[in-house]
Design a binder for this molecule. Sequence first.
Ligand code: ADP
Ligand code: ZN
Length: 597
Amino acid sequence: MPSPVDILRTVFGYHAFRGQQAAIIDQVSGGGDALVIMPTGGGKSLCYQVPSLVRPGVGVVVSPLIALMDDQVAALRELGVAAAALHSGLPPAETAQAERALAAGRLDLVYMAPERLLGERTLDLLAGTQVALIAIDEAHCVSQWGHDFRPEYLGLGLLAERFPGVPRVALTATADDATRRDIAQRLALHDAPLFGAGFDRPNIRYHVAHGERLRERLLAFLDTHHGTDSGIVYCPTRRRVEETAAWLGGHGRTALVYHAGLPAEQRSASQRRFLREDGVVMVATVAFGMGIDKPDVRFVAHLGLPKNVESYYQETGRAGRDGLPANAWLGYGLADVVGVRQLLAATDSPDERRRVEQRKFEALLGLVETTGCRRQALLGYFGEQLAQPCGNCDNCLDPPVTFDATQAARLALSCIYRTGQRFGVSYLIEVLRGGNEPRIGALEHDRLALYGQGRERTAAQWRAIYRQLVTGGYVSVDVDGHGGLRLTERARPLLRGEQTLHLRESAPDKPRRVRRGGSAAVADADQTLFEALRAERRRLAESHGVPAYVIFHDATLAQMAAQRPRTLVEMAGINGVGGAKLERYGQAFLAVIDAVA
Ligand code: ADP
Ligand code: ZN
């Protein structure tokens, strides 16, 4: 038997295992079961791919999404691995060919959906061949608690009996305690050791922008950090998706749309382009994302607020699977807070459920409003302690300025009270700033003592104060009517002068590094070469009919751009250049380095 490290180096071209990979691979290669919980980008695939190559026989991989099996298989074939998929989307001739290869023991890995694996035909076929292991990917799909429950996954409990002695490994990125127990129980993995890797995604940098003109600020952020990168922009509604995509398109971006209201063909065409081309921005609702295996998504942006911290973590987690620097940017204002609250109030779920959802949303508000380290807050939510501030979030890099807002808050609260607790923020600000909104005169609100008392602050500053009073729970928003503000119990001590309050100054974004265009993946000095290498990759990918990252990942090209290998031997030292790829592509990329560097 070859050793796992030999396989890692010769086939995958990687120098070393990461984190728990070595321990998991030893366990499974030795014939043991395992339950693997690793965040997205942690490197789960190698945990079953390497043992499949180490052990005699074929590795069977269960995956819920046929859409992505093909790309996985293409990637393995590029590495020189005998891989195939069995799914309903394949032409009969290809299915027959894959089945023959499987029966003859010529496959290293075969991917299939659970219902296919559990079909009598497949079980018979596998009974006659040697099975190296069974990997159950996205194992949380077996749990009814989870968000992606798939009834077909329940049948996988049978595998223990049908394939005694064959190691089984279940893998997932999302599993709280309840789901974890569920997976172990339903897949009959009672004695399987658990390999957990924590939730942190250290290469993702978190940013939150508050206030107004968010679209413009997002574009400025992208222009500064992601001139040529691919990424996702999540919007809360289909309309906002359409508008944002059109607007980004008008500013020179290749922006595609994806939401559940579009015909299936258009959705899959967009998804395909996003996976295959460089520099595409996908503007989407949360309908987009499940099973997006693209490793080089360099940013995930939110225009508006996700429903809860779990969603935020999942959605931002689609950035930077390849481990290179990536950004999670979120922009929102008071209207977004009100929007989500309205949505939560309008759902007709039972009260108990609704209360849970509301609590979860409040926790999200805590995260986006915090002036402390965001990563500490995020991991803390999942019960994980990070001892030191991370140094890689907006609050760590640019500590927010706070001010004593006690007086301002009292004025803002009084204004709500004195005008009868029924007006929205814009009107209240008009009153505070002494504006001449027609209703003010009609209602004699210009006679209030506080009329015009807030002139020294801009409307944007008052908006920021109101937003923080709402997210801090001092003020509630009438979610059934027109968004009128009301005081809550919490406002009392503040109004009575028994409490002081510090709030975040509403500061305009300061770009940290001003860089025109380019990619966040590489240093400024390497941008030109990196883009040339990407162009070569694009050319090869098109001629092979595979996604660009199947040829080489960004991480590999970034290392080439930084180290500039001049010979095939030097090229072989780049992480991600294995034997098959060196032979196929080494020369082509050396030529680019020669020409450009
Ligand atoms: P997951 O399925 O856990 O989200 P993947 O298996 O897709 O993660 O791996 C994420 C990325 O990390 C891929 O680009 C993969 O090639 C890369 N990777 C995984 N393990 C290693 C390693 N030991 N060395 C270098 N790159 C690795
Ligand atoms: Zn931090």
